[in-house]
Design a protein around this ligand. Structure first.
Ligand code: AGP
Length: 606
């Protein structure tokens, strides 16, 4: 996902832009560039590759000097990573940076070519730059509004005009953009970490609002040009959250933050042993009215939803369907006001999840967002939102966000169970006490990770690896598999253990690695029999099970035992070794833990 930073103030703008872009590197990118007002002209330096390549280029060409400009890290969507496709795009009069996808860019490009424009790049962004040039007759806001009326798709735009040195213009639709407010300086950014060093105060730009920044002023207007007075937000993160805090990688830092994140997320919601969310459109006494729950999300968030399914169905006896957002959004939905659609998203900006939310609202379902980023699009568009308090999650591989999403699933399961007479308040209090206790056990587990490091070393050279499990262990296998493959690049597949014999077991041969997750006492023997099936065909097995599980030594090459809780609580224990296994395997393979290839922290494009 692209990153945008803009600055106008009294500091060296190039330093501020590069620093801001460095704090957006976690979003994933393949090229970078800046455009700076320098002696009344717009100076652009851009380069394929990392920010270090851009810095190198500036050393070769001379570092732009000024106090106003825009910067960008590009995650290629249209056109391969290259110098010419890097942002900013424009000409000597106008320069822009863009995050998003312009869906009608080919039609716009044809229109402009007819007007005599010649395109250099393969990007959709260049069409915006040239369309701005086409409409610009001296009034930037008028030109911007004309462009917004012509383009369709998603965009966050930073724009500068040579005729207006010391001014930055910004607008957005479906791609996030904030306006940072400092003293004698102002910013635009795709995300808070880019500006945390300078200010924690910011405005959230809403759809098609246009911001006009100078060093001393921020003016935000709507599509009609009316000036808006907006709420000034304050980031509750500090700079430390955007730094590694002594850890080698953000991922291991965030894995270690999980116990605190769980407590921070659940304790504000538990009053006298009972969860309360105080949702404006979903009062406590309405939790019992739903005939079904749909949980919709992508990737790791969807895996947290899978855990939620098992919890809500087991504790509240309420049907739950979990669906990938990119599928849900195009289905013919058979939902209505008696259905609750829960959209889970760390970033709150995932395009597929946002579209699924809108699709659910269109058919009249009640929508509840479970989101980590305050004020994000999904949070603002849902009927109700439960914020997770994981804090800033920088690593592309989501860990603490998953864990706190699961924690919220527990609270929701209790809520539905209480509302449906399936749980007493006393049982709820006991349940919540266990959740707090688990966060302590998690803390203890994280103090000694040598076993996970050892097992990672045994599987680091695998070409393909299977995770198997049943029930909650299957949902955990899905997450363990995603963690491993997305950062270590080892192909991995999670399989319902009972399903192996229906085809996939043909892939099991001598030394094929299988990680068997068997923490559910209720079906432990069933899972073990599946482990024996793969062992009989030569698989190399790591078994993850409860501390007190009885294990035939012949069943597994390696056994990783974890603290004992009732089956239903085990996901919050089991996820830790699965995350650590992926992390250490990745380290051993020398891959980029926090910025895996091809991935973005939040996929704000379809
Ligand atoms: C998780 O490790 C991945 N980075 C990815 O699957 C992520 O969970 C997914 O893109 C959803 O993101 P969101 O939670 O911000 O919506």
């Amino acid at each position: 996902m692209c990153g945008i930073v803009g600055y106008v103030g009294m500091q060296d703008v190039t330093d501020v832009l590069i620093d801001g872009l460095q704090h957006l590197e976690y979003r994933g990118y393949d090229s970078a560039g800046i455009a700076v007002f320098e002696e009344g002209e717009i100076r652009v330096v851009k380069s394929r590759g990392r920010l270090t390549d851009l810095i190198q280029r500036m050393e070769e060409e001379g570092k732009p000097s000024g106090t106003c400009g825009i910067g960008h890290t590009r995650w290629a969507t249209h056109g391969e990573p290259s110098d010419v496709n890097s942002h900013p795009h424009g000409n000597e009069s106008i320069s822009i940076v863009h995050n998003g996808i312009i869906e009608n860019y080919m039609a716009v490009k044809a229109f402009l070519e007819e007007k005599g424009y010649v395109f250099e790049s393969q990007t959709d962004t260049e069409t915006i730059a040239k369309l701005l040039d086409y409409y610009y007759t001296g009034d930037p806001l008028k030109a911007i509004r004309s462009v917004l009326a012509k383009i369709h798709g998603s965009y966050a735009l930073g724009i500068i005009f040579r005729d207006f040195p010391g001014k930055i213009f910004a607008t957005r639709k479906d791609s996030p953009l904030i306006v940072g407010v400092g003293k004698g300086e102002n910013f635009i950014a795709s995300d808070v970490p880019a500006i945390l060093k300078y200010t924690r105060d910011y405005y959230l730009l809403e759809q098609d609002e246009i911001a006009e920044l100078t060093a001393d002023s921020v003016t935000i207007t709507d599509v009609n040009g009316d000036i808006l007075s907006k709420e000034l937000m304050t980031a509750d993160w500090d700079m430390e959250a955007a730094e590694k805090g002594g850890y080698p990688h953000f991922m291991i830092k965030e894995i270690n933050e999980q116990p605190t994140a769980i407590v921070n997320t659940i304790s504000p919601r538990i009053e006298d042993g009972v969860p309360h969310f105080h949702l404006p459109n979903l009062p406590d006494d309405t939790f019992g009215r739903f005939k079904s729950v749909q949980i919709v999300a992508c990737g790791t968030a969807m895996h947290a939803g899978m855990i939620g399914k098992y919890l809500i169905e087991r504790m509240a006896r309420l049907p739950v369907n979990v669906e990938i957002a990119s599928e849900f959004r195009y289905r013919d939905l058979l939902l209505d006001k008696d259905d609750l659609v829960i959209v889970i998203s760390q970033s709150g900006e995932t395009a597929d999840s946002l579209a699924a939310l809108r699709a659910a609202k269109e058919v009249g379902a009640h929508t509840l967002a479970v989101v980590n980023v305050v004020g994000s699009s999904i949070a603002r568009e849902a009927d109700d939102v439960i914020y997770t308090y994981a804090g800033l999650e920088i690593s592309v591989a989501s860990t603490k966000a998953y864990t706190v999403q699961v924690a919220v699933m527990y609270l929701l399961a209790i809520k539905f169970a209480l509302a449906r007479g399936r749980m007493t308040e006393q049982e709820s209090a006991e349940f919540c006490r266990t959740l707090f206790d688990i966060s302590k056990s998690m803390e203890a587990m994280l103090k000694d990770t040598h076993e996970c490091q050892y097992y990672a070393s045994k599987f680091q050279n695998a070409h393909s690896l299977f995770f198997i499990g049943r029930g909650l262990d299957y949902a955990l296998s899905l997450e363990g598999s995603l963690k491993l493959k997305e950062i270590s690049y080892i192909h991995s597949e999670a399989y319902a253990a009972g399903e192996l014999k229906h085809g996939t077991i043909s892939l099991i041969s001598q030394d094929v690695p299988v990680i068997a997750v068997a923490t559910q006492t209720r079906i432990y023997e069933k899972t073990i029999s599946n482990v024996k099936e793969v062992r009989a065909r030569g698989a190399k097995v790591l078994l993850i099970c409860k501390q007190d599980a009885v294990v035939d030594p012949e069943v597994a090459d390696y056994i990783l035992r974890i603290p004992v809780y009732d089956d239903i609580f085990m996901p919050l224990m089991t996820i830790v070794p699965l995350q650590l296994f992926a992390y250490y395997t990745t380290i051993l393979r020398g891959c980029d833990v926090d910025k895996p290839r091809n991935l973005a922290k939040s996929v704000t494009v379809e």
